[in-house]
Design a protein around this ligand. Structure first.
Ligand code: SF4
Length: 322
């Protein structure tokens, strides 16, 4: 096992939403989440839209300030660092966004977009900036002569290459890829996933890869964490998640992934019921309103994420844990 890069401990993010008539409602988008990320791995974070996975990614980078919890790197809690100290860590952690068109300024050339992080982090030498921009552009497969173009002059795939180059120009260790291919055509998705894998190898990167699409996560991840309504319900090695999924929600998610071979039949598990309102979470397991295997205790006691077998963690009363 590689060395630990980051430990997320009991992280929570609560949003307070004010209704038109003045009533304030609490939404626990991320609820008491703990997991570790190891150097050089890709941890896939998967779940339905609205389950809190993007909020979790943004909390790790402090693009959103977590409500409580800790993120330990180099033995210290980076959430407690003053802004100047945190800036050093922020340089080591970057993000690739879902929609490259929305995340790139339409008024800046690709060159200016790539140069900006260097300027923000104090690189005063224009020759060094130019060399770094040209180097990262060629690493991600952009032509140097195209750098004077504006985002609308690029294709969707090329725009995502700019987004990736912008995230990597400061030579980070850790990159959060937040649905980086879901806005792209299927043929381009494979190219971008292959590019991310190549860059991971050559630049020694660690990824947290967020996606609602299990097939995409399967392609790129070493381990997979499954999220449901703000909580991680299962984490395991990729092969283990696909061969021996334990949590009833993971099993239902897997059953919904189409298999390209018509001869292979997979058990269909239809989720019954709707997810409960995120504003009024029920006690107990958050999945109990839809779970076919629920027991009486499931509506009362929240299951903890427990290790079941060598690195396989599950939050479900069906499993006792070690
Ligand atoms: Fe289903 Fe109970 Fe397990 Fe929740 S704790 S997933 S309701 S069996």
């Amino acid at each position: 096992m590689s060395s630990l890069l980051m430990e997320v401990r009991n992280l929570s993010k609560r949003f307070i939403v004010e209704e038109e008539w003045g009533e304030k409602l609490a939404l626990d988008a991320v609820n008491d989440v703990s997991f570790s990320i190891f150097q050089g791995e890709t941890l896939g974070l998967v779940g339905e839209t609205g389950c809190g996975k993007s909020t979790l990614g943004r909390c790790i980078l402090r693009l959103l300030e977590p409500t409580s919890g800790a993120i330990i790197m180099d033995g210290q809690d980076i959430l407690r660092l003053p802004p100047r100290e945190f800036k050093k860590y922020r340089r080591r952690m970057q993000i690739v966004f879902q929609d490259p068109f929305a995340s790139l300024s339409p008024r800046k050339t690709a060159y200016a977009i790539l140069e900006e992080p260097l300027l923000i982090h104090g690189e005063k030498n224009s020759r060094i900036r130019r060399e770094r921009v040209q180097e990262i552009a060629s690493r991600v497969g952009l032509e140097i002569k195209s750098l004077s173009n504006y985002p609308h002059e690029f294709s969707g795939g090329q725009r995502q290459r700019i987004g990736i180059a912008r995230a990597l120009i400061l030579q980070p260790e850790f990159v959060i890829c937040d649905e980086p291919v879901s806005a792209l055509d299927v043929s381009i998705q494979a190219q971008i996933l292959n590019l991310l894998s190549e860059l991971q190898e050559t630049m020694h990167l660690t990824y947290l890869f967020i996606s609602h699409d299990l097939s995409v996560v399967r392609h790129i991840s070493n381990r997979i964490a499954v999220m449901y309504m703000g909580k991680i319900v299962e984490i395991a090695e990729k092969e283990e998640i696909f061969s021996t999924p334990l949590h009833p929600y993971t099993r239902a998610l897997l059953a919904s992934v189409p298999i390209p071979d018509p001869k292979i039949k997979r058990e269909r598990i239809l989720l019954e019921g709707d997810p409960p309102s995120p504003f009024q979470p029920l006690p107990g397991c958050r999945f109990h309103t839809r779970c076919l295997l629920r027991m009486d205790m499931c509506a009362e006691i929240t299951p903890e994420l427990k290790v079941i077998d060598h690195g396989h963690f599950v939050a479900c009363h069906l499993y006792g844990g070690e």
